[in-house]
Structures are given as structure tokens and as C-alpha cells.
Design a protein. Structure first.
Length: 450
């Protein structure tokens, strides 16, 4: 079992050249901290809106080291906050604008991938959401968009043959990618547009219209902090975002018999079920199953440690869960195990947090729904910097006042208790045991109430 940063990155080979680090002071128009998808998409749209801008991207490790090179590869229109809550807070019109913007973003990513000739296995095959007990089925019916057809077990089998399925929904507005190919390919194209990318460049302090990286001063009219869960490692913003672990496994390529046993699904199909402790999978372009889930413990003080170390025991749990979900895969070999952190805000709303005085814009809090949302956020940030008067109304949803997580040890105790209770709620739901009280408590602990 390999413990490389991710299977996706390993697929790119071990001889990827590292870009040079920053070694001298510079002055630029926009300095972007973080070489993941948020930072790179922001640079892409800034360069498109104003090709004269001097733009740099500063990455502590290498492009795609974080969540952008480790995630499940879903380019989805999902949002981490229920539609009912968004409507209650912002009204039906703005909520509809949000969902329309998210759906359009899937196609925008497709357009950009084609325009920039990024070979990242982009496939729009939709996502299949399964219900495998009565509570899941009820939840799926309540949350499914009104224009989405509900499928019975037989209808679900036409997409993917899974075990114990009661019903399902297939949502077409979802694609999958090989995420490391996407982020690395995007970085390569940006350099052709004049964006400078520095790797092995550690930003140690950020002030008004300037920062220090590798001991060098960087002056900038605007600074975009696009570090997602790693934002918690800056002392000034330690409690703005919580790094929550998600772990993944991947199988060897499926044999013909294994592929047929799960219904010969379309390559690129993504799938999940309606349990509370999130799981997610995709059928890769080379006919593997890449499968992930949450449940690894939160690290005290928002510490981010190597994922396999933090996720001890998760490998076996994920393998067992996938085999239970897709029993036709019996005997399949699992080749890789990895993971990383996603960023979660106190109320689960993603944020664009701008300070005009300092020129700093912080972008964070995707809660695992980030591959497409990074593109939307990059466009909004670029628009905010170039022509803020033309921002769409939906940007208001991302500019909510920041909320902080509780100080330690309350954060550590609450989050890990919430994760344990989420597993308990799922177990009770499978057995038909009422969970209203337990579910209310666990959602309060992890910030999903209110």
C-alpha cells in the first residue's frame, strides 16, 4: 500500500520538475498565496480580464500539493449548505441564482479545460446518489430538486449495480477529473500567459499591501490568500476555518468480470449514498474505483499531520465500505491510500473575506465541494479586483461576516464527538432506530445547526 501524497499525483510520475523558489524582493499588482485551484483560477481570470497585470502565485510546497491534488475529482454543482437554509437566509431568488451559478460552473470548467488544452480526463457523466435505507430514501426525496426524476432500485442499476439500494437520483450536472492533472495543467498554461509561479516559497507574514516569503519582501496592490484548510496555520486566522480530514483508496483497474458485475457503468460516473458521514467515489478513466470518505479524527489545535498517520484505521474502513456498497467487486486489489484536509467554516458557508484597507482577500471553506467552486470563487475574486461594480448578486452569499470556531480544547472535543456521533446516527438509521435527538446534537457540534 503506497502512502504517496495521492494516487493522482503519483500518476504524473516522480520526475516532475519543481519551479524555482522566490529569492529576491518583488513588486506586483496581485500576489496570490497558494498554488491550488483557487489561486490558479483566480490568476487565470485576472490575466484574462487585464493581461497587463503583474501576477505571482506563491506556493509553500508545489502546485497541487494540498487538496487540489488529493481530492475525489468531482466537478459538481453541490453546495455544503442545504438549499432550504440558503433560501431561508437569502430568499428564493438569490438561492436560485446560486444553484444556477454552480451548475453553470461545471460547464465553465469544461470550457476552460478545452480552451486551455488541459488533458485531465474531464468527463461529464453525472453523479448517482443512492438511498440504502428508509431514512436515506426519505432524505433523498426531500433534498432532490423538483425537476429531478427519482429512480427505483432497478432504475439505479442501469447506472451502477450497488447493494441494498432502495432508490436513487441521477444528477447530470456533475463531471469528474483527474484532479492532479487539472491543477498541474492549469499552472503550465498560466505561465504561458505571463503569470509567475514560485514553489518552495513559504509566506511567513502578511501585512498591508505586502507580505514576506522566503525572507523576501513582496509588495502588492492586492493579496489573495487561497490556502483553504491551511489558512488555519496562520495565527491571525487560526479559528476561521477548521481542517477536517478526508481519506481515499483506489483499486487496481477492474477486470472485465468485475466491471460487468457492477453494471458496466459509464467511465467518469461519480456516486455516493445518503449517509451522514460522507462517502464519495468515481469510476476513473482507466477503469478503477477511486473512493473516499470522512471520519478520521480532527487534530488538536487544527494541526495538519501526514494524512496516513492521522487516518490510521481508515484504509480498512474505506475498503470494507466500498465492498459493502459494490459487492460485485469481491477480490479487488486496492493499490493506494492517501488523504488530506478540507476547510470547514463554523456555519459551513464558503467565504470571500475582503479587507480594502490592507488589500487582502481571503478565500476558504469549501467543505469538500471545491473542485468546481474554486472556479466560481476565482471568477468572483477576479471580478471583485478588476470591476467590482459588475459582480453578480450571488457574491453576497460568499461575503457573510466571518464566524470563528471555539477555542481549544472545546473545538477538539466538539468536532471529534460530532464525528463519532455521526457514525452512530448512520448506524441507528440503518437499524430503523429514531435519531432526532442524536442528530440535532451532532449537527450542533459540527456547526450545521442554525
Amino acid at each position: 500500500m503506497r502512502t504517496s501524497p495521492s494516487f493522482w499525483l503519483r500518476q504524473l510520475g516522480s520526475d516532475i520538475p519543481r519551479r524555482a523558489p522566490l529569492q529576491s524582493p518583488i513588486q506586483v499588482d496581485v500576489a496570490i498565496v497558494g498554488g491550488g485551484l483557487t489561486g490558479l483560477w483566480t490568476a487565470r481570470y485576472l490575466a484574462e480580464l487585464d493581461p497587463t497585470l503583474r501576477i505571482v502565485v506563491l506556493e509553500r510546497d508545489y502546485v497541487g500539493f494540498g487538496a487540489s491534488g488529493r481530492n475525489g475529482g468531482w466537478v459538481s454543482s453541490l453546495f455544503p449548505v442545504p438549499a432550504s437554509k440558503v433560501k431561508r437566509l437569502y430568499g428564493a431568488e438569490l438561492a436560485d441564482d446560486l444553484w444556477r451559478a454552480l451548475e453553470e460552473t461545471v460547464d465553465e470548467v469544461a470550457q476552460q479545460v478545452g480552451q486551455l488544452s488541459i488533458r485531465c480526463d474531464f468527463t461529464k457523466a453525472g453523479t448517482l446518489l443512492l438511498a440504502r435505507d428508509r431514512v436515506q430514501w426519505q432524505r433523498l426525496q426531500e433534498e432532490a430538486p423538483s425537476d429531478t426524476a427519482l429512480l427505483d432500485a432497478r432504475g439505479a442499476n442501469r447506472y451502477l449495480v450497488a447493494g441494498q439500494v432502495i432508490g436513487a437520483v441521477h444528477q447530470p450536472q456533475c463531471a469528474t477529473v483527474q484532479p492532479a492533472k487539472l491543477v498541474r495543467g492549469l499552472a503550465d498554461r498560466l505561465e504561458e500567459f505571463g503569470v509567475r509561479i514560485y514553489e518552495d516559497t513559504d509566506v511567513t507574514s502578511i501585512g498591508d499591501h505586502g507580505l514576506v516569503a522566503n525572507g523576501q519582501k513582496v509588495k502588492a496592490d492586492a493579496i489573495v490568500l487561497a490556502t483553504e484548510s491551511y489558512t488555519a496555520q496562520f495565527s491571525d486566522w487560526h479559528r476561521l476555518v477548521l481542517p477536517l480530514y478526508s481519506m481515499m483508496v483506489v483499486t487496481a483497474p477492474l477486470s472485465d468480470s468485475q466491471y460487468e458485475a457492477i453494471g458496466s457503468p459509464r467511465l467518469g460516473l461519480s456516486f455516493a449514498d445518503e449517509r451522514n458521514l460522507v462517502i464519495y467515489g468515481q469510476i476513473t478513466a482507466d477503469r478503477r474505483i477511486a473512493f473516499g470518505g470522512r471520519g478520521a479524527p480532527y487534530g488538536y489545535g487544527s494541526a495538519i499531520t501526514p494524512a496516513p498517520e492521522r487516518g490510521k484505521g481508515m484504509r480498512q474502513r474505506l475498503e470494507q465500505t466500498l465492498l459493502e456498497l459494490l459487492p460485485g467487486l469481491g477480490g479487488i486489489e486496492f493499490t493506494d491510500f492517501w488523504g488530506g484536509t478540507l476547510g470547514v467554516t463554523r456555519d459551513w458557508f464558503p467565504r470571500i473575506d475582503a479587507d480594502q484597507t490592507s488589500g487582502l482577500i481571503k478565500v476558504y471553506g469549501y467543505a469538500g465541494d471545491g473542485v468546481a467552486m474554486t472556479n466560481l470563487m476565482g471568477r468572483l475574486v477576479a471580478q471583485k479586483l478588476i470591476s467590482p461594480q459588475e459582480l453578480p448578486a450571488v457574491h453576497a452569499i460568499f461575503e457573510r461576516a466571518p464566524r470563528q470556531w471555539e477555542p481549544e480544547p472545546l473545538r477538539y472535543l466538539g468536532i471529534n464527538a460530532g464525528l463519532a456521533m455521526t457514525q452512530l446516527v448512520d448506524s441507528c438509521e440503518q437499524r430503523g432506530i429514531p435519531t432526532w435527538f442524536l442528530d440535532t446534537v451532532r449537527r450542533a457540534l459540527i456547526g450545521q445547526v442554525g
